[in-house]
Design a protein. Sequence first.
Length: 149
Amino acid sequence: MIVLLIVLLVGMFRTIYRHYADVAQQLKMATIMLRACRWTNTALVLIPSLHLGIMPALEYACSLSQDCRAIHIETDPEKPRLERALGALGGDVPLVILHSPFRSLMSPVMGYLDAVQVERRNHLVTVIVPEFVPTKCGTICCMETRGCC
């Protein structure tokens, strides 16, 4: 019984070893030559609504690429408030509104990503999902300090 257990353990460890050896072989860079970077970047910022957490994400996207777009999925066509609010900020980031009649978020985003990849063949597409992290003290503090006032 113990001999059988040892044989099974040795077989399992050999299988694991072979797996890692195969991965190491696939990761070797012996035949890879570095070439000049020919890629450019398109940055897409997903915007659910306009709030304080959006602004650093838009600034970050603009620092990544000249081709930066704000993407909003409109689930309620009766409330087109975001377009007016973003325009009032005076930013030069274009707003793309994707309509989703079935309140689905993933299919409009994935469809738009496919369209951007067809439109910009040699571009990397970076999708930025903004997040606002509230401070523990409950006050809105200066974004540069990132701490409580």
